[in-house]
Design a protein around this ligand. Sequence first.
Ligand code: CA
Length: 382
Amino acid sequence: MKIVDIVPHVLSTPLEEPFSFSQGWVDRRSTMIVEVLTDEGVTGWGESLCHGLQPPEVAAAFVEFCFKPMLVGRDPFDVEVLWEEMYNRARPFGGGAAVNAMSGVDIALWDVIGRYLDRPIHKLLGGAFRSEVTPYATGFYRREGQDYVEAGVEEASRHLSEGFKAMKLKIGFGVEADLEYVHAVRETVGPRVRLMMDANCAYDLPAARRLLLESQDAEVHFFEEPLAPEDLEGYKALRNLSATYVAAGENLFGKIGYRRWISEGALDILQPDLCSSGGFTECKKIAALAQAWNTAVVPHVWGSGIGLAASLQLITTLPPTPLSLNPEEPMLEYDRSLHPFREDLIGGAISTVNGKVPVPQGPGIGVEVHREVLERYGKPFR
Ligand code: CA
């Protein structure tokens, strides 16, 4: 089998109601979808994560100008060779944006292989440790003119009524404001719901330490990205200060990017994003490194339905750390915030059933991509 074309699609659409997190106001949902076409007539799909404020055209340009010329004519089954060649070519760019773009290509290559062999990707990666994954609700973004505490309490109640038993609060708006917010939500949801908090890198070490220690009554399960994503020493100083786990990873790229964070024990929970940290080829290696250091992996997920389906394929292959009769299992980050095409792009193929999200069992990423939705929200980047 040979790759005959690779098409990067840039999808972007304005939100009716912009929302904010600690880094700014999000007024569009965007993503970059990779389509890989082969001479066998098999087409594969992948996604490069678009965070709220970064343009999808950057990843598209990497695919169009750097990776496509390298890959056309090559065999998708050589996916690991292709990964290393792409990485080596993009090395002078310094990781980050290049690995983010490679992730979409890698996912699409695995999707091609899965569709060609008529097997879901998790079967190609060694099998599933679970057939369904417990989701946690990601949301709690802020809108203009709200009473944020009141809105947070309302949103928590909504997730509860929809069957979520875990949810992640957006913080990073000032230590005092965050403490009031987290405690108010804990009071609303009661003691048995798992609460997490995510500052999106808004704090320095002293502020993060205060927040960690003064939120202990709220029994927060993990504190995500309290510090800048380069602050390895800061994370090491923060870990083990309280019972709350320290988590990060959506801004780390590739096994080399993760290496010291794992070997130096900087984090309790690693959060590689399949669509940004290196695709299946690299995230399986990051997971292997994590397992060797007995560190849990709970992937970051924030993309469209393509990224969501692909992430479920990865999550089901992650071993519990360690295995036991009733182990701590990796959760699915399930974005509940506004997104005009997240579900439609895959025809609503992923949903919650009795509080769990079943892993798609179809070939490749396990779901079908609806081309008319792709075309409605985006266009090929040429
Ligand atoms: Ca995050």
